[in-house]
Structure formats: C-alpha cells, structure tokens
Design a protein around this ligand. Structure first.
Ligand code: NAP
Length: 289
C-alpha cells in the first residue's frame, strides 16, 4: 500500500507553526496579520472555500475581513474595492475568490492587486518571481504541492515529473517551481498533448490538475510513482447529505495499488492550498508592516 500524503495533517502542522509566530509578533507589539477576502456572487463551492480560509485565519490568530458582493457588481466598482484594499495599511494581504461572473475580467481584477498584497500569488509579477532567488508571495496551490513533497522528504532532484494540466493557476507555475526549486525534469501536458499515457507512464512524480474525474487510470501510471491529485470536481452522490462528493482526477482505488505515495481527494492538496495562503499572508504582513 502507498503512503498517503496527508494534506490535512501537514496543513495543521503548518498552521500550528504560524500560530506561534503570530503570538511572537503580538508579544513584540506588532498587530496580527490581516487578510481580506472578496467574494462575488453565490457560487456554493466558492463559499465553501472561503469558509475554509476564514476557519484557518481563526486557527492561526489572523484578523480577517470578508467583503461579499452581489454577482451584478460592475467591474469598475469591484476594481475600486481592490484599489481601496491596496492602499489600506491595516490590510496585509487579500484575495479575490474565483470564479468571477462572466462580465468581469479575471485578469484585469487580479492584475490590479498590488503584488506585495497578492497572497494567492496570482499576479504576473509573483508568477515571474518563482524563478527569482528571493520570491515574496508564491502561487498558493503549486506552492502547497511543493511543500507537501518537502514535508514528506520526497526528493524531486533529477526526477522525471509529469504535470497534466497547464493552467495559469496550477500546472504552469508548478512546472516552473518543479524545475527551478525542485530541479526535476518537467513535462507539462495539456489538452492538445498527443498520447497522454506515453508521458504519464514515464513519471517518477505525476501531478494531475485538470478537473476530469478518473482521467488517470492505473495503466497510465508507473509502478512506484508519487501521485499528486489536484483535481476537485463535485460529483452527484445521493448517499451524501450535500448531494455530492468531491472527486479527484485520478482513479484512486486502482492507482493506489501501484503508487508509492498518493494524495487523497479530499484531504490532499486542498488543505495545502489554504496552508500556503496562511504562509503568504504571514510573509506579506512581515514585509508590509
Ligand atoms: P483549468 O484552468 O480548467 O485548467 C485545466 C487544464 O487541464 C488546462 O491546462 C487544460 O488544457 C488541461 N486539460 C483539459 N483537458 C485535458 C485532457 N483531457 N488531458 C490533459 N489536459 C487537459 O483548471 P485549474 O484551475 O487548473 O484546475 C484544475 C483542477 O484542479 C480543477 O478540478 C480544480 O477544481 C482543481 N483545483 C484544486 C485546487 C485545490 O486547492 N485542491 C486549487 C486549484 C484548482 P489547455 O491548457 O490546453 O486548455
């Protein structure tokens, strides 16, 4: 059986470490880090993610401010709120929860966030700083994946790492981190990749971030591979009170029979994304206060 990469446990270890650092900041007369969260509309999954982020703020002792707007808010108004947060010295960092309604440009909104308050690590400047020697704020989900591997002492140096899914949010920044920080040899696959299996079968470390349940089957994975499943899709499940369950992109039941390490969904990468957000907020507070 593989070792389960327990994102919940590692995330709670990281939060305990941050809590101690926050207590020290307060003892030294500084205020606690302050995270603001903007959420637009009433998408159920987004509200669940935001609830998780607020719970984490409470656990580590951060202050937080939640700003909720109707889905009808104009882009111009939303940009004004972003501007206000950029210049509010009581706010160390903030996020705009995605997705946004279709009439609002995600790129225009995220690029208007001041890079030193961009605790999701979305802004182009922070993307680019992945390959700098002293990055301030890292893209949260890929950083969470790197941290999970590090905490389980999984060596990435010289390994063949195949990433399936090349989005701006996950796959593309992770490819840079894996090669720059992790010194792995990286293959980045996307929906135009020919013969996906021929790539995934070579992976010592396989990361999947697509959003298609069971895309990765047992035949596509090399025996002994480390498998990280970023995918999170709501799938109907009448046995659950909510009416759905969360599914990753990997056929966990069968792939776990041959993997050396594997993340569960839920409980793998998801909690690590929140832990990264807390790390980034602490870094932003130290930088901005
Ligand atoms: P996204 O923006 O939709 O990107 C999906 C990527 O997968 C794209 O690069 C796309 O290729 C590629 N793709 C689509 N079909 C493919 C196929 N059949 N074979 C290979 N590649 C394919 O999604 P995302 O924001 O990166 O999120 C991906 C998944 O991760 C979702 O399930 C999301 O919910 C989850 N997620 C989880 C966390 C977490 O904290 N656990 C955080 C973020 C995202 P093209 O580039 O060619 O379009």
């Amino acid at each position: 059986m593989p070792t389960l990469l327990d994102g919940r446990k590692i995330s709670s270890d990281i939060k305990a470490e941050i809590k101690l650092k926050v207590e020290k900041m307060k003892d030294a007369g500084q205020r606690a880090p302050h995270l603001a969260i903007i959420i637009v509309g009433d998408d159920g999954a987004s509200h669940t993610y935001v609830d998780g982020k607020i719970k984490a703020c409470k656990a580590v002792g951060f202050d937080y401010t939640l700003m909720q707007f109707a889905a009808t808010i104009s882009e111009e108004k939303l940009l004004k709120h972003v501007d206000q947060l950029n210049s509010d010295s009581d706010i160390d960092g903030f996020i705009v929860q995605l997705p946004l309604p279709e009439h609002i440009s995600v790129e225009r909104v995220t690029e208007s966030i001041s890079p030193d308050k961009d605790v999701d690590g979305f802004v182009n400047q922070n993307f680019g700083s992945i390959i700098s020697d002293s990055p301030l704020l890292m893209p949260a989900t890929p950083f969470g994946v790197m941290e999970l591997l590090k905490r389980y002492e999984i060596d990435t140096k010289g390994k063949d790492c195949v990433i399936v899914g090349a989005s701006r949010l996950v796959g593309a920044p992770l490819a840079l981190m894996m090669s720059h920080t992790g010194h792995a040899t990286v293959t980045l696959c996307h929906k135009y990749t020919k013969d996906l299996s021929s790539h995934t079968q070579k992976a010592d470390i396989l990361v999947v971030a697509v959003g298609k349940p069971n895309l990765i089957t047992r035949e596509m994975v090399k025996e002994g591979a480390v498998v990280i499943d970023v995918g999170t899709t709501r799938v109907a499940d009448a046995t659950k009170k909510t009416g759905f369950k969360l599914s990753g992109d990997v056929d966990f039941e069968n792939v776990s029979k041959i993997a050396s390490y594997i993340t569960p969904v839920p409980g793998g990468v998801g909690p690590m994304t929140i832990a990264s957000l807390m790390i980034n907020t602490l870094r932003a507070a130290r930088h901005n206060q």
